[in-house]
Design a binder for this molecule. Structure first.
Ligand SMILES: [Zn+2]
Ligand SMILES: [Zn+2]
Length: 489
């Protein structure tokens, strides 16, 4: 921390009187240990209070998590999600000022297959994480991303949910919890799905799927989607009704800007807001969204919060490889010169959240098969989406063998390749007998997910549950069209 003091001591000493800069701005007794903004030095103890209070305040203000509710923490091993885990542990400890009253569990998704890491390497990281999770005493699940290939079709279907819980029902839940507050220590032992148990066929299939995506931008998006599906499935199958994500405000600022560039403006509020209700029964929450990456780094350093470095898909890629990386570089660079960049973008996302919050209206609308958000493709005629569609139709008229249908040539040898491709993964060969065309899938996707699919050379490696759900919906709409003449209005 002496580094921090050194960096800022020169300008501060010249601007402020030495007596102010030498003491914590809060207690005005102790020497500062952290400087978050110029003129705001905190001592160790006050910084701890500030950090903990912010977490509780975020949960208290939003009142989304009910007492006794099962909450699944998605921990990636990175500083932000590990800090979130630490905050939850802190809140559950006996001497916590305001004890947290939910029942947490931990999930980690091992994405090692995508970065080409050896099984040995993956096992090493997993046992490191296992030791970390075991020390918390919470139930945990270490799940290889390969499991996404075996997901059931139900992941993509939104169950019918009760009407949104009001503030009064929250109060009722609190009272009930306080009444029968016998220790909620019915904790399960940790579960780990050993990556060694993952068949090589699945690893290969997952790698083939990612290899069929032509751009880094689309690859990032597809990975994000698959990860979300696996998290959602784990939460549902283990009985968790909340999913806690560790996105910091720095991360969300980057996400907001890159999402707008990716055509996900309509989903911005759900993608970056505090709570995300797109899945219906499981609500995703982002309690770390008030912390900057800098604050988290300071906190983890000062209070020895462990994190595990795991190289991701974007490891060793250049700034210009994808829209996401480019935006990240842009925000970081701007932030270094204008320290309020991140908070300005973040405040904007907060405003979007309140403006677009109408979950009841969204509930019945058709959903994108991939990101599960309400479809934005029924937009008015003047939208960018409509303009793109018109220009696409025009170019298709000129050349029938359009480049957005790259599988067309490949699909002639359907019968030969089908038996080799699925290697027993499909049920009774149903996935191969009627393969999906990109144009068919596109009709069920939001604008942004359409762009992701457009960057794929073929859909043959798409996980089975996505193909099956698409075909189910296509059959239904076809049937609906057939009988439409016989229906009364
Ligand atoms: Zn202090
Ligand atoms: Zn989508």
């Amino acid at each position: 921390m002496c580094q921090v003091d050194q960096t800022y001591s020169a300008p501060m000493g010249s601007l402020d009187t030495p007596s102010i800069s030498k003491l914590c701005v809060k207690c005005k007794v102790h020497p500062p240990a952290v400087l978050l903004r110029v003129g705001d030095p905190y001592c160790r103890s006050c910084f701890n209070d500030y950090f903990i209070h912010k977490f509780r305040a975020m949960l208290g203000k939003n009142r989304v998590i009910f007492p006794g509710e099962k909450v699944l923490l998605a921990v990636s091993g990175g500083p932000s999600s590990c800090s979130m885990l630490h905050q939850v542990q802190e809140g559950l400890s006996v001497n916590a000022h305001k004890k947290l009253r939910f029942t947490p569990g931990i999930v980690f998704i091992d994405e090692g297959a995508l970065t080409g890491r050896s099984l040995e390497d993956r096992n090493k990281t997993n046992s490191e994480l296992k030791a970390l999770f075991e020390s918390t005493g919470l139930p945990f699940y270490i799940i290889p991303l390969e499991h996404v290939l075996e997901l059931p079709i139900s992941v993509l279907i939104q169950p019918h949910v009760r009407s949104t819980e009001s503030a009064t029902s929250y109060k009722v839940a609190v009272a009930e919890f306080d009444q029968n507050n016998q220790s909620v220590a019915a904790q399960l032992p940790g579960q780990e799905q050993d990556p060694a148990a993952v068949s090589e066929v699945h690893t290969l299939k997952l790698q083939q799927l990612m290899a069929s995506v032509k751009t880094h931008t689309a690859r990032d998006e597809l990975l994000c989607t698959l990860r979300q599906h696996l998290l959602l499935h784990t939460a549902r199958s283990e009985g968790y009704s909340k999913l806690m994500l560790g996105d910091s405000c720095t991360r969300l600022a980057m996400k907001l800007l890159s999402n707008i560039s990716l055509g996900r403006g309509a989903q911005a509020a759900l993608d970056t807001g505090f709570s995300d209700s797109r899945y219906g029964d499981v609500i995703a929450v982002r309690p770390m969204r008030d912390y900057s990456a800098k604050e988290i780094a300071y906190y983890n350093h000062l209070f020895s919060v462990p994190s595990v470095f795991i190289p991701g898909l974007d490891f060793k890629t250049s700034d210009k490889d994808s829209i996401q990386r480019l935006t990240e570089g842009f925000v970081i660079k701007l932030q270094s010169e204008f320290p309020s960049t991140v908070s300005t973008i973040y405040r904007t996302s907060e405003k979007l959240q309140t403006a677009c919050e109408a979950p009841t209206a969204l509930n019945d609308s058709p959903r994108c098969v991939l990101c599960l958000c309400a479809l934005d493709t029924a937009a008015e005629n003047a939208s960018a989406f409509q303009a793109t569609m018109i220009s696409e139709q025009l170019s298709q008229k000129k050349s029938p063998q359009n480049d957005c249908l790259p599988t067309h040539k490949g699909s002639t040898d359907k019968t030969q390749s089908s038996s080799a491709d699925c290697s027993g993964l499909c049920h009774g060969g149903s996935c191969c007998s009627n393969r999906l065309e990109p144009m068919e899938l596109k009709t069920l996707l939001c604008y942004s997910c359409q762009l992701t699919i457009k960057d794929m050379s073929s859909l043959e490696h798409m996980p089975n549950y996505i193909i099956s759900e698409t075909q189910r919906r296509l059959r239904r709409s076809q049937m609906k069209a057939e009988i439409s003449n016989f229906l009364l209005d």
